[in-house]
Write a protein that binds this ligand. Structure first.
Ligand code: PEP
Ligand code: MN
Length: 343
Protein backbone atom coordinates (compact mmCIF):
# COMPACT_ATOMS: atom_id res chain seq x y z
CA UNK A 1 0.00 0.00 0.00
CA UNK A 2 1.15 3.49 -0.81
CA UNK A 3 -0.27 6.56 0.87
CA UNK A 4 0.01 9.71 -1.23
CA UNK A 5 0.07 12.94 0.75
CA UNK A 6 -1.31 16.23 -0.57
CA UNK A 7 1.26 18.65 -1.97
CA UNK A 8 0.69 21.03 0.89
CA UNK A 9 0.55 18.36 3.61
CA UNK A 10 2.31 19.57 6.74
CA UNK A 11 5.10 17.73 8.57
CA UNK A 12 2.65 17.16 11.43
CA UNK A 13 0.14 15.51 9.08
CA UNK A 14 2.87 13.27 7.64
CA UNK A 15 4.01 12.26 11.13
CA UNK A 16 0.49 11.57 12.21
CA UNK A 17 -0.16 9.31 9.18
CA UNK A 18 3.07 7.43 9.97
CA UNK A 19 1.95 7.04 13.59
CA UNK A 20 -1.45 5.72 12.47
CA UNK A 21 0.16 3.16 10.16
CA UNK A 22 2.46 2.02 12.97
CA UNK A 23 -0.42 1.82 15.42
CA UNK A 24 -2.07 -0.66 13.03
CA UNK A 25 1.05 -2.84 13.42
CA UNK A 26 2.64 -2.03 10.04
CA UNK A 27 5.87 -0.30 9.05
CA UNK A 28 5.76 3.14 7.43
CA UNK A 29 8.41 4.38 5.00
CA UNK A 30 8.30 8.06 4.22
CA UNK A 31 9.41 8.74 0.65
CA UNK A 32 9.78 12.47 -0.01
CA UNK A 33 9.38 13.31 -3.71
CA UNK A 34 9.86 16.37 -5.88
CA UNK A 35 6.22 17.43 -5.59
CA UNK A 36 4.78 15.45 -2.70
CA UNK A 37 5.54 12.89 -0.03
CA UNK A 38 4.44 9.28 -0.34
CA UNK A 39 4.40 6.81 2.53
CA UNK A 40 5.00 3.15 1.76
CA UNK A 41 3.28 0.64 4.02
CA UNK A 42 4.88 -2.77 4.55
CA UNK A 43 4.50 -5.58 7.03
CA UNK A 44 0.92 -6.39 6.06
CA UNK A 45 0.05 -9.94 5.11
CA UNK A 46 -3.17 -9.09 3.32
CA UNK A 47 -4.84 -6.00 1.92
CA UNK A 48 -5.21 -3.00 4.22
CA UNK A 49 -8.45 -1.05 4.29
CA UNK A 50 -7.80 2.03 2.14
CA UNK A 51 -10.66 3.95 3.66
CA UNK A 52 -9.01 4.21 7.09
CA UNK A 53 -5.87 5.76 5.61
CA UNK A 54 -7.72 7.97 3.12
CA UNK A 55 -9.72 9.54 5.93
CA UNK A 56 -6.60 10.91 7.64
CA UNK A 57 -5.85 14.65 7.29
CA UNK A 58 -3.39 15.49 4.49
CA UNK A 59 -3.89 12.22 2.62
CA UNK A 60 -4.93 12.46 -1.00
CA UNK A 61 -5.12 8.76 -1.86
CA UNK A 62 -4.08 5.28 -0.74
CA UNK A 63 -3.15 2.96 -3.58
CA UNK A 64 -2.51 -0.72 -3.65
CA UNK A 65 0.95 -1.57 -5.03
CA UNK A 66 0.46 -4.42 -7.44
CA UNK A 67 4.03 -5.75 -7.56
CA UNK A 68 5.52 -8.09 -4.93
CA UNK A 69 8.27 -5.55 -4.34
CA UNK A 70 7.05 -2.17 -3.23
CA UNK A 71 9.61 0.29 -1.93
CA UNK A 72 11.96 -0.30 -4.88
CA UNK A 73 9.13 0.22 -7.33
CA UNK A 74 8.61 3.30 -9.52
CA UNK A 75 4.95 3.12 -8.62
CA UNK A 76 6.00 4.19 -5.14
CA UNK A 77 8.66 6.72 -6.17
CA UNK A 78 8.56 8.06 -9.73
CA UNK A 79 11.78 10.09 -9.43
CA UNK A 80 15.21 8.48 -9.88
CA UNK A 81 17.01 7.81 -6.63
CA UNK A 82 20.53 9.15 -6.28
CA UNK A 83 22.81 7.30 -3.86
CA UNK A 84 25.67 9.13 -2.22
CA UNK A 85 28.84 7.18 -1.51
CA UNK A 86 31.45 9.23 0.32
CA UNK A 87 30.40 12.34 -1.63
CA UNK A 88 30.08 10.57 -5.01
CA UNK A 89 26.55 10.52 -6.43
CA UNK A 90 25.37 7.40 -8.25
CA UNK A 91 22.19 7.69 -10.32
CA UNK A 92 22.43 11.39 -11.14
CA UNK A 93 23.41 12.88 -14.50
CA UNK A 94 27.10 11.96 -14.07
CA UNK A 95 28.18 8.40 -14.80
CA UNK A 96 30.27 6.82 -12.07
CA UNK A 97 33.29 4.65 -12.77
CA UNK A 98 34.27 2.28 -9.96
CA UNK A 99 37.60 0.55 -10.50
CA UNK A 100 40.24 -1.45 -8.72
CA UNK A 101 41.56 -4.95 -8.32
CA UNK A 102 39.45 -8.02 -7.66
CA UNK A 103 41.34 -8.56 -4.37
CA UNK A 104 43.49 -6.38 -2.17
CA UNK A 105 46.85 -8.18 -2.21
CA UNK A 106 49.38 -5.83 -0.62
CA UNK A 107 49.89 -2.19 0.30
CA UNK A 108 51.88 -1.52 -2.87
CA UNK A 109 49.29 -3.20 -5.10
CA UNK A 110 46.28 -1.34 -3.68
CA UNK A 111 48.08 2.02 -3.52
CA UNK A 112 49.17 1.71 -7.14
CA UNK A 113 45.71 0.58 -8.17
CA UNK A 114 44.12 3.52 -6.36
CA UNK A 115 46.48 6.02 -7.97
CA UNK A 116 45.85 4.57 -11.43
CA UNK A 117 42.11 4.43 -10.89
CA UNK A 118 42.00 8.05 -9.79
CA UNK A 119 44.18 9.26 -12.64
CA UNK A 120 42.04 7.39 -15.17
CA UNK A 121 38.84 9.06 -13.96
CA UNK A 122 37.43 6.51 -11.53
CA UNK A 123 35.46 8.03 -8.65
CA UNK A 124 35.28 5.01 -6.32
CA UNK A 125 37.88 2.34 -5.54
CA UNK A 126 36.96 -1.33 -5.35
CA UNK A 127 38.98 -4.12 -3.74
CA UNK A 128 38.01 -7.46 -2.22
CA UNK A 129 38.97 -8.24 1.37
CA UNK A 130 36.76 -11.32 1.79
CA UNK A 131 36.65 -13.37 -1.38
CA UNK A 132 33.96 -15.92 -2.18
CA UNK A 133 36.03 -18.28 -4.35
CA UNK A 134 34.79 -21.27 -6.29
CA UNK A 135 37.63 -23.37 -4.89
CA UNK A 136 38.26 -23.47 -1.14
CA UNK A 137 41.98 -23.61 -1.95
CA UNK A 138 41.99 -20.36 -3.92
CA UNK A 139 43.07 -17.04 -2.33
CA UNK A 140 40.37 -16.05 0.16
CA UNK A 141 41.38 -12.43 0.73
CA UNK A 142 43.41 -10.64 3.39
CA UNK A 143 40.41 -9.87 5.59
CA UNK A 144 40.70 -6.95 7.99
CA UNK A 145 44.24 -6.18 6.83
CA UNK A 146 42.79 -5.52 3.37
CA UNK A 147 40.10 -3.25 4.79
CA UNK A 148 42.76 -1.22 6.58
CA UNK A 149 44.68 -0.88 3.34
CA UNK A 150 41.53 0.27 1.54
CA UNK A 151 40.98 2.92 4.19
CA UNK A 152 44.59 3.99 3.73
CA UNK A 153 44.13 4.17 -0.05
CA UNK A 154 41.06 6.37 0.47
CA UNK A 155 43.08 8.62 2.73
CA UNK A 156 45.78 8.84 0.08
CA UNK A 157 43.59 9.44 -2.99
CA UNK A 158 40.29 10.75 -1.66
CA UNK A 159 38.41 7.95 -3.46
CA UNK A 160 35.62 6.34 -1.42
CA UNK A 161 35.88 2.55 -1.24
CA UNK A 162 33.57 -0.42 -1.78
CA UNK A 163 34.24 -3.98 -0.63
CA UNK A 164 32.29 -7.23 -0.43
CA UNK A 165 30.89 -8.68 2.79
CA UNK A 166 30.07 -12.35 3.24
CA UNK A 167 28.75 -12.80 6.76
CA UNK A 168 28.06 -10.96 10.00
CA UNK A 169 31.72 -10.94 10.97
CA UNK A 170 32.82 -9.29 7.74
CA UNK A 171 29.94 -6.80 7.95
CA UNK A 172 31.01 -5.73 11.43
CA UNK A 173 34.59 -5.27 10.24
CA UNK A 174 33.84 -3.66 6.89
CA UNK A 175 31.41 -1.07 8.27
CA UNK A 176 34.31 0.50 10.17
CA UNK A 177 36.49 0.96 7.09
CA UNK A 178 34.51 1.20 3.85
CA UNK A 179 31.99 3.61 2.34
CA UNK A 180 29.83 1.04 0.58
CA UNK A 181 29.17 -2.65 1.25
CA UNK A 182 29.01 -5.02 -1.69
CA UNK A 183 26.69 -8.02 -1.59
CA UNK A 184 28.12 -10.45 -4.10
CA UNK A 185 26.24 -12.42 -6.71
CA UNK A 186 26.43 -15.63 -4.68
CA UNK A 187 24.73 -13.97 -1.73
CA UNK A 188 21.99 -12.03 -3.50
CA UNK A 189 19.34 -14.24 -1.98
CA UNK A 190 20.95 -14.61 1.44
CA UNK A 191 18.16 -12.67 3.09
CA UNK A 192 19.64 -12.77 6.59
CA UNK A 193 22.81 -11.22 5.21
CA UNK A 194 20.85 -8.60 3.25
CA UNK A 195 19.00 -7.51 6.37
CA UNK A 196 22.15 -7.41 8.45
CA UNK A 197 24.01 -5.36 5.83
CA UNK A 198 21.01 -3.05 5.50
CA UNK A 199 21.06 -2.28 9.22
CA UNK A 200 24.52 -0.73 8.96
CA UNK A 201 22.75 2.05 6.99
CA UNK A 202 25.72 2.10 4.62
CA UNK A 203 25.05 2.29 0.87
CA UNK A 204 24.81 -1.24 -0.56
CA UNK A 205 26.00 -2.44 -3.96
CA UNK A 206 23.72 -5.40 -4.67
CA UNK A 207 24.94 -7.72 -7.40
CA UNK A 208 22.49 -9.85 -9.36
CA UNK A 209 22.81 -13.58 -8.73
CA UNK A 210 24.07 -15.56 -11.73
CA UNK A 211 20.68 -17.26 -12.06
CA UNK A 212 18.42 -14.63 -10.56
CA UNK A 213 15.42 -13.22 -12.39
CA UNK A 214 14.67 -9.51 -12.47
CA UNK A 215 11.89 -10.02 -9.95
CA UNK A 216 14.24 -11.88 -7.59
CA UNK A 217 16.81 -9.07 -7.88
CA UNK A 218 14.24 -6.40 -7.08
CA UNK A 219 12.88 -8.44 -4.19
CA UNK A 220 16.41 -8.80 -2.80
CA UNK A 221 16.73 -5.00 -2.93
CA UNK A 222 13.33 -4.75 -1.28
CA UNK A 223 14.72 -6.65 1.73
CA UNK A 224 17.26 -3.87 2.21
CA UNK A 225 14.79 -1.02 1.75
CA UNK A 226 12.30 -2.73 4.06
CA UNK A 227 14.92 -2.40 6.82
CA UNK A 228 14.81 1.36 6.33
CA UNK A 229 18.02 1.55 4.28
CA UNK A 230 17.12 3.15 0.96
CA UNK A 231 20.66 3.38 -0.37
CA UNK A 232 20.88 0.52 -2.84
CA UNK A 233 22.69 0.42 -6.16
CA UNK A 234 21.83 -2.60 -8.32
CA UNK A 235 24.51 -4.28 -10.40
CA UNK A 236 24.18 -6.54 -13.44
CA UNK A 237 27.23 -8.84 -13.45
CA UNK A 238 26.33 -11.53 -15.94
CA UNK A 239 24.13 -14.58 -15.71
CA UNK A 240 24.61 -18.27 -16.41
CA UNK A 241 23.82 -19.08 -20.00
CA UNK A 242 25.18 -21.40 -22.64
CA UNK A 243 27.89 -19.08 -23.85
CA UNK A 244 31.07 -20.98 -24.72
CA UNK A 245 32.96 -17.77 -25.39
CA UNK A 246 32.45 -15.79 -22.18
CA UNK A 247 32.40 -16.63 -18.46
CA UNK A 248 28.87 -15.27 -18.12
CA UNK A 249 26.32 -13.49 -20.27
CA UNK A 250 26.07 -9.81 -19.38
CA UNK A 251 22.33 -9.22 -19.53
CA UNK A 252 22.21 -5.65 -20.76
CA UNK A 253 18.49 -5.89 -21.44
CA UNK A 254 17.86 -5.73 -17.72
CA UNK A 255 19.19 -2.15 -17.52
CA UNK A 256 16.35 -0.35 -19.34
CA UNK A 257 13.82 -2.72 -17.77
CA UNK A 258 15.06 -1.92 -14.25
CA UNK A 259 14.84 1.78 -15.16
CA UNK A 260 11.18 1.30 -16.03
CA UNK A 261 10.25 -0.70 -12.96
CA UNK A 262 12.46 0.82 -10.27
CA UNK A 263 13.81 4.18 -9.19
CA UNK A 264 17.08 2.64 -7.97
CA UNK A 265 20.32 3.19 -9.90
CA UNK A 266 21.82 0.27 -11.80
CA UNK A 267 25.42 -0.19 -12.86
CA UNK A 268 27.06 -3.07 -14.70
CA UNK A 269 30.14 -5.20 -14.09
CA UNK A 270 31.51 -6.21 -17.49
CA UNK A 271 34.56 -7.79 -15.81
CA UNK A 272 32.65 -10.64 -14.17
CA UNK A 273 29.98 -10.34 -16.85
CA UNK A 274 32.38 -11.47 -19.56
CA UNK A 275 35.34 -12.93 -17.67
CA UNK A 276 37.64 -11.87 -20.50
CA UNK A 277 39.81 -8.78 -20.61
CA UNK A 278 39.27 -8.16 -24.33
CA UNK A 279 35.49 -8.08 -23.87
CA UNK A 280 35.41 -5.67 -20.93
CA UNK A 281 35.70 -2.37 -22.81
CA UNK A 282 33.14 -3.21 -25.54
CA UNK A 283 30.56 -4.35 -22.99
CA UNK A 284 31.33 -1.41 -20.71
CA UNK A 285 30.58 1.01 -23.55
CA UNK A 286 27.44 -0.91 -24.46
CA UNK A 287 26.34 -0.62 -20.81
CA UNK A 288 26.66 3.15 -20.98
CA UNK A 289 24.71 3.15 -24.23
CA UNK A 290 21.78 1.23 -22.71
CA UNK A 291 21.51 3.63 -19.80
CA UNK A 292 23.57 2.18 -16.96
CA UNK A 293 24.40 4.70 -14.23
CA UNK A 294 27.98 3.53 -13.98
CA UNK A 295 30.43 0.69 -14.20
CA UNK A 296 32.45 -1.43 -11.82
CA UNK A 297 35.65 -2.57 -13.49
CA UNK A 298 38.46 -4.83 -12.35
CA UNK A 299 41.86 -3.28 -13.00
CA UNK A 300 45.23 -4.48 -11.72
CA UNK A 301 48.72 -2.96 -11.95
CA UNK A 302 50.02 -6.39 -12.99
CA UNK A 303 47.06 -8.55 -14.05
CA UNK A 304 49.22 -11.46 -15.14
CA UNK A 305 50.25 -11.98 -11.51
CA UNK A 306 46.95 -11.14 -9.83
CA UNK A 307 45.80 -13.39 -6.97
CA UNK A 308 42.28 -13.51 -8.43
CA UNK A 309 40.50 -12.70 -11.71
CA UNK A 310 43.66 -11.50 -13.47
CA UNK A 311 42.46 -12.69 -16.91
CA UNK A 312 39.50 -10.32 -16.75
CA UNK A 313 41.35 -7.40 -15.15
CA UNK A 314 42.26 -4.42 -17.32
CA UNK A 315 45.79 -3.08 -17.50
CA UNK A 316 45.88 0.44 -16.05
CA UNK A 317 46.27 1.97 -19.52
CA UNK A 318 43.14 0.19 -20.68
CA UNK A 319 41.15 1.80 -17.88
CA UNK A 320 42.21 5.21 -19.17
CA UNK A 321 41.15 4.22 -22.69
CA UNK A 322 37.77 3.06 -21.39
CA UNK A 323 37.27 6.30 -19.46
CA UNK A 324 38.04 8.40 -22.53
CA UNK A 325 35.60 6.41 -24.61
CA UNK A 326 32.95 6.73 -21.90
CA UNK A 327 33.45 10.48 -22.08
CA UNK A 328 32.56 10.33 -25.79
CA UNK A 329 29.50 8.12 -25.44
CA UNK A 330 27.99 9.66 -22.28
CA UNK A 331 26.64 12.85 -23.94
CA UNK A 332 24.98 10.81 -26.72
CA UNK A 333 22.74 9.25 -24.07
CA UNK A 334 22.27 12.48 -22.14
CA UNK A 335 24.79 11.72 -19.41
CA UNK A 336 27.99 13.36 -18.27
CA UNK A 337 31.38 11.85 -17.61
CA UNK A 338 34.61 13.76 -17.33
CA UNK A 339 38.06 12.25 -17.17
CA UNK A 340 39.74 14.38 -14.58
CA UNK A 341 41.43 13.54 -11.33
CA UNK A 342 38.93 13.65 -8.52
CA UNK A 343 39.16 16.44 -5.95
C1 PEP B 1 33.83 -9.48 -7.23
O1 PEP B 1 33.32 -8.36 -7.35
O2 PEP B 1 35.07 -9.66 -7.19
C2 PEP B 1 32.94 -10.66 -7.21
C3 PEP B 1 33.27 -11.79 -6.60
O3 PEP B 1 31.79 -10.43 -7.90
P1 PEP B 1 30.49 -11.37 -8.09
O4 PEP B 1 29.87 -11.50 -6.76
O5 PEP B 1 29.66 -10.60 -9.08
O6 PEP B 1 30.97 -12.69 -8.66
MN1 MN C 1 36.61 -10.64 -9.11
Amino acid sequence: MLVIMKRDATDEQISSVIASIESLGYQAHSIPGATRTAIGVTGNNGPIGREVLESLPGVIQAIRVTRPYKLVSREVKPEDTVIEVGGVRIGGPELVLIAGPCSVESRAQIMQSAAFARAAGARILRGGAFKPRTSPYAFQGLGEAALKLLAEARQETGLPVVSEVLDSESIELARKYVDMLQIGARNMQNYVLLKQAARTMKPILLKRGPAATLEELLNAAEYILAEGNYQVVLCERGIRGFSDFARNTLDLTIVPVVKELSHLPIITDPSHGTGKRNLVIPLALASVAVGADGLIIEMHPDPDHAFSDGYQSLYPQQLSTLAREMEQIAPVVGRGFAVRPAG
